[in-house]
Structures are given as structure tokens and as C-alpha cells.
Write a protein that binds this ligand. Structure first.
Ligand SMILES: Cc1cc2nc3c(=O)[nH]c(=O)nc-3n(C[C@H](O)[C@H](O)[C@H](O)COP(=O)(O)OP(=O)(O)OC[C@H]3O[C@@H](n4cnc5c(N)ncnc54)[C@H](O)[C@@H]3O)c2cc1C
Length: 278
């Protein structure tokens, strides 16, 4: 029934919905505020390979969509609804209210998943339904030092967070990407130090967790954010929470995908992991 309704509204071209009562209530418990879901069908305006493994899709926004999405958070996550009825979670990399654009950056990992395959093939004029939650909860707490760690899927959220940091803080970024040609220019007003780590086969393994485990951490007023593949996320969450016994508000570790499994297959397990994070 939900799918039928979604298809109906999808064909209307534009829709605005309020999340189910159950979701509203659970969100109430977390935020103390109602968070509305907004959704619309967007038209692809431009597609660019930022690097060999990275595709930026810019969607055009009409005035009605600008109004509808005026309260969503850049760097927040969204849901992309594909024509074959699968849906995937991505990051709202940027909403440009002047150019009237919404940006989503896709890791091009081949045609083995509907999202990556769609991004590979899409061209201007294609349409895609995108949903987001309203709300402008800060993406990070206010501290003096930040450490952002991620693989390619985390570049959009880390890019957005960097752009939101104030000038008077230190931030270190450790990014795992396929190769040197995939490095992107990162912008921040903060004092930024970036370390790129190369891994041409992220679907086989990753040394990211081992690298972080070899780091020395000072006792400063610091926040660590990690978004990466399931095994890396699980490893580092265990390290920070159980082995280093850091207070939960000082770190956030999120699994963004799982090797060998589609998002549908892995999401329940990853949701469980997320609930265990701060
Ligand atoms: C909150 C959140 C925000 C996210 N934001 C982004 C974002 O902005 N950009 C982005 O690219 N991804 C992002 N991701 C990750 C993205 O949702 C997954 O990579 C998703 O699995 C891609 O869907 P798909 O249809 O391409 O592949 P799926 O159908 O889910 O998977 C098919 C196969 O591809 C493999 N696979 C999936 N992702 C990758 C990858 N990155 N590299 C190599 N193999 C992979 C799977 O293990 C599986 O074997 C985000 C995830 C979360 C939870």
C-alpha cells in the first residue's frame, strides 16, 4: 500500500508528507521536537565526474521545492527512491538557494548496486524522488579539536561538516579513497590537516581501523567522527567505547555500507550498530 501511494505521488511530480505517527513519536523522544519528512521528485541538471570514482549530481530545484526543503540540513542524510523501487541513503551535500540546486555525491563503485549504476548512467533531464527530514540539529558538538575519519562514502558528510566548522578550531581529516587521483579539495575556515590514505579495493578490505588504532590521542577537548564500511566502523566503535572507555559524547561512529551486501540486506544490522553509537 505504501509503495502504491508513493508511486501515485511520484507520478504527480511533487509531494510533501509527514512521517508516520510512530516515527514522529520516536523522534519526539530523541529530539523533543517534531521532525517532518519532505519529499519531492527532482530533475537532474548536471552530472560531473569530480574524480574517477566520484560523481556529483546537481538536481534543479523549482521555487516550490526551495520552499519545501528550506528547513533541511546540508550534510544531513536523505533517501533516494529509484525507478526499480529500491531506496538508498545518501548525504545532502549542498543546497544552493541562489543557483537553485541540490547536490548529491555518489561513489562510483560499479553497476553492482542500483544507486551507483544510476549515477553512472544518469544524464540531465532524468528524474529522481528524494526525501529528507526537516531540522537543523548541529552535525557535531562544539569543541576545540576535531578528528574526522572516513572512506569515500563519508566525503560528502565530512565535506559539509568542514564547511560548517568555525575558524578557531583544529580539525584533522583522515580519508580513505581509491587513489591519489580521487583526492578532492576540502574547504574549511578551521585549521585543517588532511591525510589521504589509498585503498583501491575497499570492497575487499581496509586498513583504516588499524591506522587509527596506531594514533596517539592527547587528552584535549575533542570530538571524533567516523563514517565508513561496517567492519571498520564496528572495530573503531569497540575501540573508542570499550577499549579506550571514552565518554559517549566525545565520538560518533557510523557504518555507511557493508562489504558484499546491498543496503537492503545490511541496513538492519547497521541500524543496530547505529543505535549503539552516541
Ligand atoms: C547516513 C548515510 C549517508 C551516506 N551518504 C553517502 C553519500 O553521500 N555518497 C555515497 O556514495 N554513499 C553514501 N552512503 C553509502 C551508500 O548508502 C552505500 O554505499 C549504498 O550501499 C550504495 O548503494 P548501491 O545501490 O550503489 O549499492 P548496494 O545495492 O547497496 O550494494 C551493492 C554492492 O555494492 C557494494 N558497495 C556498496 N557501497 C560501496 C562502496 N562505496 N564501495 C564499494 N562497494 C560498495 C555492496 O557491498 C554490495 O556488494 C551513505 C550511507 C549512510 C548510512
Amino acid at each position: 500500500m505504501t509503495t502504491v501511494l508513493l508511486l501515485f505521488y511520484y507520478r504527480q511530480g511533487l509531494l510533501k508528507f509527514v512521517v508516520s505517527k510512530e516515527n514522529k513519536m520516536s523522534k519526539n523522544k530523541i529530539d523533543g521536537i517534531m521532525r517532518k519528512g519532505v519529499q519531492s521528485v527532482f530533475t537532474v541538471k548536471e552530472k560531473t565526474f569530480l574524480t574517477p570514482h566520484y560523481i556529483r549530481v546537481k538536481f534543479a530545484m523549482n521555487d516550490e521545492q526551495l520552499e519545501l526543503f528550506s528547513n533541511v540540513q546540508t550534510g544531513g542524510h536523505n533517501k533516494l527512491f529509484f525507478p526499480d523501487e529500491t531506496r538508498r541513503t545518501y548525504t545532502t551535500r549542498h543546497i544552493d538557494f541562489v543557483e537553485k540546486e541540490l547536490w548529491v555525491d555518489f561513489v562510483a563503485h560499479g553497476d553492482n548496486g542500483p544507486a551507483s549504476a544510476w549515477a553512472n548512467r544518469t544524464s540531465p533531464g532524468d528524474r529522481l524522488a528524494i526525501g529528507m527530514k526537516e531540522g537543523r540539529r548541529p552535525l557535531f558538538p562544539e569543541v576545540d579539536e576535531y578528528l574526522f575519519i572516513g572512506d569515500s562514502t563519508a566525503l560528502p558528510v565530512i565535506g559539509a561538516m568542514l564547511e560548517q566548522l568555525p575558524a578557531n578550531v583544529q580539525v584533522q581529516v583522515i580519508m580513505e579513497i581509491p587513489g591519489k587521483e580521487d583526492e578532492l579539495k576540502l574547504c574549511s575556515e578551521a585549521h585543517l590537516a588532511t591525510r589521504w590514505v589509498y585503498n583501491s579495493e575497499p570492497e575487499q578490505n581496509s586498513d583504516l581501523a588499524a591506522l587509527v588504532r596506531n594514533m596517539e590521542f592527547s587528552g584535549g577537548n575533542r570530538f571524533v567522527f567516523v563514517a565508513a564500511e561496517y567492519d571498520t566502523a564496528k572495530n573503531l566503535k569497540n575501540y573508542f567505547r570499550n577499549e579506550l572507555a571514552w565518554p559517549s559524547e566525545t565520538f560518533s561512529v557510523v557504518s555507511y555500507w557493508k562489504r558484499g551486501e546491498s543496503e537492503d540486506q545490511s541496513s538492519a544490522k547497521r541500524r543496530e550498530e547505529r543505535q549503539l553509537s552516541v
